[in-house]
Design a protein around this ligand. Structure first.
Ligand code: IMP
Length: 235
């Protein structure tokens, strides 16, 4: 049954043929492979702006409805590999289209590290303070003009049948010596985007979303959703 047919639940007097009737087709559903509320909200905002009728479930929401979704180990060595691992595993487990993402900070002087190891650079997964302090200590002798860096994000949309779309985003800047600002997370207090006088931690969430690696990757992926989910309509 098509989505339009599925939406026709009313009688002729109030149905699609009645004058002035507007029948909304159900939104497509996509699971975002994360437990991070901020990422879910960001994707929802982008979908709303794009006009695509897509309902986003996070892992907790998917588990509540469809049963436990297994944790996916980030065993890849590139952002794209990790994003693919998450997206395909969650699409398989839930039977729904799924989006996975992976991101990190890359320094030219460190050959692209911390990269996929950004969340566990100090050895303790998710210890933002320890990770940031170790990086600053490693860069202590590095002069200003050699502290160039970029945040990278890969986002993958995978379908249960194995089809996928990949999008990537970058934000280029410099790792400064002193932490500054209290917004955001991770390495935000020491990353100054090119063209800015402040760190990411001194920007509002909206200002950061508008330029961030994740914002750019997700925006590109949202543009590509209709390529493999053609039934997704403008809301
Ligand atoms: P994940 O993509 O959520 O797994 O993030 C990986 C790690 O990269 C985080 O724990 C942070 O250390 C770092 N990271 C990724 N994106 C950002 C960002 O926007 N700001 C600061 N740190 C980030």
């Amino acid at each position: 049954m098509s989505q339009t047919q599925a939406a026709v639940t009313t009688g002729p007097e109030t149905g699609p043929h009645a004058e002035g009737a507007a029948v909304a087709a159900p939104a497509a559903r996509v699971v975002l492979a994360t437990r991070n509320r901020h990422k879910v909200d960001e994707l929802r905002r982008m979908l709303a702006e794009s006009g695509l009728a897509v309902e986003v479930l996070d892992l907790a929401g998917a588990a509540a409805e469809l049963g436990e979704v297994p944790e996916v180990a980030e065993t890849g060595v590139t952002f794209v590999e990790n994003a693919m691992l998450k997206a395909h595993a969650v699409a398989q487990a839930t039977g729904l289209p799924a989006i996975g993402d992976d991101s990190g900070l890359c320094l030219d002087v460190l050959g692209g590290s911390p990269g996929v190891f950004s969340a566990r650079w100090s050895g303790k997964h998710g210890d933002d303070t320890a990770n940031l302090e170790l990086l600053l200590a490693q860069l202590d002798e590095v002069p200003e003009d050699k502290r160039t860096a970029w945040f990278a994000c890969a986002a993958v949309l995978a379908l249960p049948d194995g089809r996928e779309r990949i999008a990537e985003g970058r934000l280029v800047g410099t790792v400064v010596r002193q932490r500054s600002g209290s917004n955001g997370f991770g390495y935000d207090p020491i990353f100054r985007p090119d063209g800015y006088e402040v760190t990411l931690a001194e920007l509002t969430a909206d200002a950061k979303d508008a330029i961030s690696h994740r914002g750019r990757a997700l925006a590109e992926l949202v543009r590509r959703i209709p390529e493999i989910l053609p039934q997704v309509r403008q809301g």
